[in-house]
Design a protein around this ligand. Sequence first.
Ligand code: NI
Length: 390
Amino acid sequence: MENIKRIADDKLFKWMIDIRREIHQWPEKAFKEHRTSELISKRLKEIGIEHRTGVAKTGILGRLKTDKKAPTVALRADMDALPMHEDTGLPFASKVPGVMHACGHDGHVAILLGAAKLLKASPPKGNVVFIFQPAEEAGGGAKPMIEEGVLKGVDIIFGGHIETHYQVGEIAIKRGVHTAYTDSFDIEITGRGGHAARPHEAVDSVVIASHLITHLQAIVSRELDPLYPSVITIGYMQAGTVSNAIADKAILQGTIRTIETSVRAQIVDKIKNTASSLSTLHNAKIDVGINPGYPPVINSDREFKFAWDTAERLFGEKRVISIPHPSLGGEDFAYFTQKIPGCFVRFGAAKDGCEYIASHSSQFDFDEEALRVGAVYLSELVRDAVEKLK
Ligand code: NI
């Protein structure tokens, strides 16, 4: 790590920590990252990087131009927080009730600003585009940013995510398919309400919902080839208002995670068939809505190799980890890799005492040394990549 500290000294490290903590205290949800956006713009001005604000509402596009004819590499950070209450007890914990940076996007912004500062101080032999993207957790902010032209003239793109399953100084990378399709569904079961003591006069939406939940779980465990990964999770259910009445309506919401397009289609068919059969069986109406989510992030071979080689050069081969399987998590960086070649990596950020606290948990935190690692890694990756692209 001595070489990393030589590139990003303690002064820069502290600058990034301050940014991260400021954003952490004032988390903002998807497309509402106004304060975060202002802070980024202020810092980019301080560094001297020209940029456009208000891209896809709250996003920012920064540019470091060196040579028109040289290749252009984009780096991307997401900016949004989650709608959950923070329970870390940190001195810089969220000051906004019900909103928290529980996925490390506060760190991603600090990392990208750190990388921008390093690259501005010692420009690479190519152009760099800095994409600060809103709404990764919900709303897919990458898409409108692309529609507003952030990839124009860009050859390749890199991004990364803080990952507490790995130690600081470790970089984990997956060749090829890295994340999953993340479709979601809403199911509304309409029965007939009635008195709790006279079920024969009613159609109980709660009992039908219970059957439906177990049937949906059996799709993955009994009807699909186990060698192709998939998950159905129901994360929300709501029915009834009082203990002595039969509920007329039940609502289920969940997510479908798949890697293969054929499995994705099969699951949707099977959910619809199950709902339709149960509605006949129980004499209820069941409406199923499927909402397409993010596509998978696909790390292209050449950019995977670029990312790998820079990690190996900086951290040594033992600290570069090949991720063996795709994750069933989602990541809207996928929209970028649909357009141009790129690679998305994981920055090790495990924090002592937080071994069992996952991201998206109200107690999530990470080792801030990962900020320094991330900034050095992304800036050096750009330097290496523009040389190789020439
Ligand atoms: Ni995230």
